[in-house]
Design a protein around this ligand. Structure first.
Ligand SMILES: *[C@@H]1O[C@H](CO)[C@@H](O)[C@H](O)[C@H]1NC(C)=O
Ligand SMILES: *[C@@H]1O[C@H](CO)[C@@H](O)[C@H](O)[C@H]1NC(C)=O
Ligand SMILES: *[C@@H]1O[C@H](CO)[C@@H](O)[C@H](O)[C@H]1NC(C)=O
Length: 450
């Protein structure tokens, strides 16, 4: 071995070591300084799955239990009075959570065909029911009751078999957990619930399934010190089996959202008006009324494909990831109308994905000359994604700076397009015959624009 190579190899192993032994301390300053693992920003598109006992009543939303017995919503109170015997309790729904037709490989194939690069399952929602055999959730989990299956593990195997990333949604609080309610009564000065239930369960979940992403939720009633969030995250980033790949969001205690953690969700369905300086994710649900399955959903309450594509494009142009949610039935079926939306998104991405995956926000995010246009960029190309079908053959873009050597194409069309510069910046493109696109958005690729 030559001396030079020898020195290089020592240097690089030193560099690698200093990277893997980076120690984070349990405080936000240190934890917030951790770079987000690269896979996440490149992935751009994920699927969110809300599935639990709430899927059984399938009415109102996944907040059914709380809205019925906590909030006493008259619609839910009368729904229960009309349809269930007196004394019927929420846990009585669990035996009907059967997952009869659940085929994890079919789900994984659907999510892959949707163009998703990661999938996030509600392993435990606010109801506290775990979709895996948690040793800390006796008789209130999917192995002891309901489907008698490790739903979290079965879906994980199928998702990983497709080389997609697997994430777990975990609610910190549990609406009616007696330990939680007692801590709450004590003004969160006691920590019975996090010490005896939440944290042991969360450590167990991570060690057992080695998730690529933890989608934390249900944090807002108590400060991060009550949840021991910074201690948990320091362990997650320093010592856990997923320390180098795991990504987290920002729901780790009252006041944390949009401020601390990994990437930011801010609020549900939040979209920033301008380009944020921090990586973020928009979570959105095909059913605009609920994240969980509703038996009484109607077509006009669902997002149509063009609305989904527009939302996805705007999110990615603004530097975000797009996490699109579906609620499976208690039988384990993904309603056909959701399948239609997901495969539609995948068809659009097959043609236009080059402008989405691993793209970066451009120096300008959007413009509107005739139709709304959102920009992304990658390497030496700028992508102008047109929302809606242009009605004229001459299409104007006002922002790009052109050079003589610039090549303009439309994704999905092989011909090179003619264009002419306008002054002081921008260009007019002679569009080709516009191909059919059920997502109703088309991408112009400008190679060499700036
Ligand atoms: C993984 O997928 C392949 C085909 O893509 C299939 O043959 C195999 O059975 C799958 N493995 C598991 C564990 O599901
Ligand atoms: C929670 O944090 C406290 C210090 O604030 C620590 O003493 C305790 O061990 C932590 N518990 C867990 C389960 O992480
Ligand atoms: C960019 O998009 C935002 C949000 O849709 C819109 O309010 C704004 O007018 C757009 N700007 C331009 C120049 O089109």
């Amino acid at each position: 071995m030559s001396r030079c190579i020898w020195i290089l190899s020592i240097l690089s192993s030193w560099l690698c070591m200093s990277e893997t032994t980076a120690q984070y301390t349990p405080d936000w300053k240190s934890l917030d300084s951790r770079p987000l693992p690269k896979w996440y920003d490149e992935a751009k598109v994920g699927i969110f799955v809300h599935w639990g006992v709430f899927s059984v009543p399938g009415f109102g939303s996944e907040w059914f239990w709380w809205n019925w017995q906590g909030g006493k919503d008259p619609a839910l109170v009368s729904f229960m009075e009309k349809n269930y015997p007196p004394g019927f309790t929420y846990p009585d729904f669990a035996p009907d959570f059967r997952a009869t037709f659940f085929d994890p490989n079919e789900w994984a194939a659907l999510f892959e065909s949707a163009g998703a690069k990661y999938v996030v399952l509600t392993t435990k929602h606010h109801e506290g029911f775990t979709n895996w055999g948690s040793p800390f959730s006796w008789n209130w989990n999917s192995v002891d009751t309901g489907p008698h299956m490790d739903l979290t593990g079965e879906l994980m195997d199928a998702i990983r078999n497709k080389s997609l990333h697997y994430g777990v949604y975990n609610s910190l609080y549990e609406w009616f957990n007696p330990m939680y309610l007692s801590d709450k009564k004590n003004g969160f000065k006691t920590q019975e619930f996090p010490h005896n239930k939440l944290l042991p369960e969360l450590y167990n979940l991570v060690v057992r399934y080695k998730p690529d992403l933890i989608w934390s939720d249900g944090d807002w009633e108590a400060p991060d010190t009550y949840w021991n969030s910074t201690e948990f995250l320091a362990w997650l980033y320093n010592e856990s089996p997923v320390k180098d790949v795991v990504v987290t969001n920002d729901r780790w205690g009252a006041g944390c959202a949009c401020k601390h953690g990994g990437y930011f969700n801010c609020a549900d369905k939040f979209t920033p008006g301008t380009l944020p300086t921090h990586k973020w994710e928009k979570c959105q649900s095909v059913d605009t009324h609920s994240w969980g399955y509703r038996r009484n959903m109607r077509l006009h309450e669902l997002m149509n494909l063009p609305a989904i594509i527009q939302d996805l494009v705007e999110t990615v142009a603004l530097g975000g990831n797009y996490l699109l949610n579906v609620g499976p039935t208690p039988d384990g079926m993904i309603p056909a109308v959701f399948q239609d939306r997901l495969t539609g998104m995948g068809e659009w991405l097959k043609v236009n994905g080059e402008a989405i995956y691993a793209s970066k926000p451009w120096r300008v995010q959007n413009e509107t000359a005739t139709l709304p246009v959102w920009y992304t960029s990658k390497d030496s190309s700028v992508y102008a994604i047109i929302i809606g079908k242009p009605t004229e053959y001459m299409f104007q873009l006002t922002t790009p700076k052109t050079t003589d050597k610039m090549v303009v194409t439309m994704l999905g069309v092989s011909a090179v397009l003619r264009w002419s510069p306008s002054h002081p910046t921008g260009l007019t493109v002679l569009l080709p015959e516009i191909p059919d696109s059920p997502g109703r958005a088309w991408t112009l690729k400008l190679q060499g624009a700036s």
